[in-house]
Design a protein around this ligand. Structure first.
Ligand SMILES: C[S@@+](CC[C@H](N)C(=O)[O-])C[C@H]1O[C@@H](n2cnc3c(N)ncnc32)[C@H](O)[C@@H]1O
Length: 311
């Protein structure tokens, strides 16, 4: 699916603000460039740096952004390294840094990427699978090598899965009996076998949903990457610059909320508005993916020195 309906686009554009003072935008999660294109359209003076660790996303984004050349640069890297932007020649500090976290429709709808419990595919889930040297283990490897404790922690901490221990134990027992897990379907079937039918009925939703989310987060080391990226982004901000984050699960949102609070205590700036924005009802109706979105904005105070003066 080469289409991706950008989530909370109007809210993002409002947050980016008026036409002036938006010179440098960093899209940390370029994806298919949906947000980036609209930002570049509205801000003719702006230059955009777009990060994505997914080679296919970068290729499509490059095609879609071509009409805006030379006003953008695509960076093939994990956004955890966003802080390295300041080493790029001519980088003048960021007026906006945008994060639209998680996977794109492109990734989730391609069975061979292994992100979806709805399609049969290999248990991969690496967002940078297209890179010759991916820095992540495949989901299959995690399921083959992690012990009960580690798997329980993954499913509990990253999936908030109530039956984390039972599922972890079931997977390890399956391995001990010579069972292997190579495909998404095999994992879904095993989870269905592990969990008693009444439990599955009580779960409300697909019984493998949280395990898949948890594995994806573990495989891509998503929480550590986000933590490093938030601090990296804050260090790039110009006075009055903004960090805009759209997250899709409570773990991410909690991390963003707490980090914004910490920066406020450090008098760097403040969350504005104070609370998270949610998508409008008609967006949720039109785009199922948006239902769990939360958007938070952090605004750096005006009076700080320009970021370029710090180097
Ligand atoms: C939800 S999509 C972004 C969609 C985009 N805003 C649009 O409107 O087309 C998230 C993208 O971020 C990328 N991504 C997620 N985590 C990343 C990370 N740690 N480093 C770099 N890219 C990442 C994914 O590969 C995916 O393409």
């Amino acid at each position: 699916m080469r289409e991706h309906q950008s989530v909370m686009l109007n809210e993002v554009l409002d947050a980016v603000g008026g036409e002036t003072n938006v010179r440098t935008v960093v899209d940390a999660t370029l994806g298919l460039a949906g947000h980036s294109i609209e930002i570049l359209k509205r801000h003719p003076e702006a230059f955009l740096y777009g990060f994505d660790q997914d080679a296919e996303a970068r290729e499509i984004a490059a095609e879609r952004l071509a009409p805006f050349a030379p006003r953008f640069e695509i960076i093939a890297d994990n956004f955890r390294n966003i802080g390295l932007l300041k080493e790029i020649d001519g980088f003048r500090g960021a007026d906006v840094v945008l994060f639209d976290l998680g996977v794109s429709n492109l990734q989730i709808s391609e069975p061979e990427r292994g992100f979806s419990f709805q399609y049969d595919g290999p248990l991969d889930m690496r967002m940078d699978a297209g890179d010759e040297e991916s820095s992540h283990p495949k989901a299959e490897e995690v399921l083959r090598t992690a012990g009960v404790k580690e798997l329980t922690e993954i499913f509990r901490d990253y999936g908030e899965e109530r039956y984390a221990f039972q599922i972890a134990k079931g997977i390890v027992r399956h391995r001990e009996h010579g069972g292997e897990l190579h495909s998404t379907t095999e994992l879904v079937e095993l989870i269905r076998k592990i969990l008693p039918a009444p439990v599955q009925r009580k779960m409300g939703g697909h019984p493998a949903r949280k395990v898949f989310q948890a594995l994806r987060i573990a495989v891509n080391d998503e929480m550590n990457a986000l933590s490093e990226a938030l601090d990296g982004a804050a260090a790039l901000l110009n006075p009055a610059g903004k960090i805009i984050v759209i997250s899709y699960h409570s773990l991410e949102d909690r991390m963003v909320k707490h980090r914004f609070r910490k920066w406020k205590e450090e008098e760097l700036g403040e969350p504005n508005p104070r609370k998270a924005l949610l998508p409008a009802e008609d967006e949720v109706e039109a785009n199922y993916k948006s239902r769990s979105a939360k958007l938070r904005i952090f605004e750096k105070y005006e009076e700080d020195e320009k970021v370029e003066d710090e180097f």
